[in-house]
Design a protein around this ligand. Structure first.
Ligand code: NDP
Length: 338
């Protein structure tokens, strides 16, 4: 395969230069370069260099503040760590507030980071993993924009609303899962359309709210949540907790604000951190040792843990670098020259 291989640091520097070139300050450009490089490094192609274009489009549309300096609210002694992204990217705000979140979860047993007024286009696992690096369990969630009908409904209302969880492990990579609550990513529907392929049943509704396997009709209609009523309820919970409860936009409000699904969504984000030892208080032994028994039993059946594929890709990237296709390299060059 023709292409170019970069070290992780080289790719991050290149992406950072592209972002600084369109007027993003060091805080925003650095955070976005780190998270998109991590996506590429871990073979999460949907959240790697592919996302640069959408990031630039959102900056050019004036829907994100490229010069934002996130502001951390003073410690009020409570479990809430509030950070105002000032209209910038969520990742810059998260990086600023993470030490305070970890310190408060250590002290109080649990804490929550509330990010307001941010644009979020990245995967959630980098944030979950960063919390587990402090020996804490984590849950992360945020809305998106209305593209998913509630189960039993007919029109787009919920977002693809991602949800992620992490559990720290002393001698292994953390246990981490991270997924959209829609049955498939919207990009998957688009890929089926381009390939002229029917969608699997149960993915989407047409504009009249009827089940469809035609990708064109699905794009004009709505996607469906994963797991029927269960995914629909989890997605609704994400709207409530990380939209309404934190005083930020819900997915239908995001769509109203942007008027498009081609720009990165602006809303809030909720990050919960738990100290397993504080919760267990020594009952039934060490929670981390007990978790290992559970993981061992899962693996013992021949199942794999979520994120194992990513961690393998990460190890490969550390040893061999990250290879981009000729098309991807040309895209980076084009963005660097503009
Ligand atoms: P996937 O279905 O690709 O993966 C979901 C999770 O399941 C991953 O942790 C994956 O681990 C794990 N997994 C997959 N197969 C197995 C298996 N056989 N056994 C055990 N675990 C498995 O995720 P989605 O397509 O739903 O989401 C992709 C990304 O999109 C997420 O990172 C999400 O945060 C992001 N997203 C972001 C949005 C935003 O607005 N910011 C909106 C919607 C989604 P592994 O990676 O190791 O395969």
């Amino acid at each position: 395969m023709s292409g170019t291989t970069y070290s992780v640091a080289e790719l991050e520097a290149r992406i950072g230069a592209i972002f600084r070139g369109v007027g993003m300050n060091g805080v925003q450009a650095g955070a976005m370069a780190r998270v998109l490089t991590a996506g590429e490094r871990d073979h999460c192609k949907s959240h790697g260099v592919y996302r640069i274009e959408g990031t630039l489009r959102t900056v050019k549309a004036g829907k994100v503040n490229p010069q934002a300096m996130p502001v951390l609210a003073p410690d009020d002694g409570s479990a809430l760590v509030r950070v105002d992204a000032q209209g910038g990217f969520a990742n810059a705000a998260f990086e600023l507030a993470l030490p305070a979140l970890a310190a408060r979860a250590d002290k109080l047993g649990m804490a929550a980071m509330v990010i307001n007024d941010c644009t979020h286009l990245a995967a959630l696992w980098p944030e979950v993993e960063a919390v587990t690096a402090h020996g804490l369990a984590a849950m992360v969630m945020c809305p998106s924009y209305a593209t998913v009908a509630p189960t039993g409904g007919t029109e787009p209302l919920l977002g693809t609303n991602p949800f992620a969880f992490g559990w720290p492990r002393a001698d292994a990579d953390p246990y981490v899962f991270d997924f959209a609550t829609s049955v498939a990513a919207r990009g998957e529907v688009e890929l089926h359309r381009r390939a002229g392929k029917e969608l699997p049943e149960g993915w989407a509704l047409d504009a009249e709210g009827r089940p469809t396997t035609d990708p064109e009709a699905a794009l004009a209609g709505a996607m469906l949540p994963f797991g029927g009523h269960k995914g629909s309820a989890i997605s609704t919970m994400i709207e409530l907790l990380s939209g309404i409860m934190i005083g930020d936009l819900t997915s239908p409000e995001v769509l109203d604000y942007l008027g498009s699904t081609t720009l990165a969504p602006r809303h809030g984000e909720l990050i919960l951190a738990f100290s397993p030892r504080a919760f267990a208080r020594g009952r039934d032994g060490d929670p981390f040792a007990r978790a290992e028994v559970l993981f061992g039993a899962i693996l013992g059946q021949g199942a794999r843990l979520p994120s194992q594929r990513r961690f393998r890709a990460r190890a490969e990237a550390a040893a061999q670098g990250i290879t981009l296709s000729a098309g991807e390299v040309a895209m980076l060059d084009r963005f660097l020259e503009q």
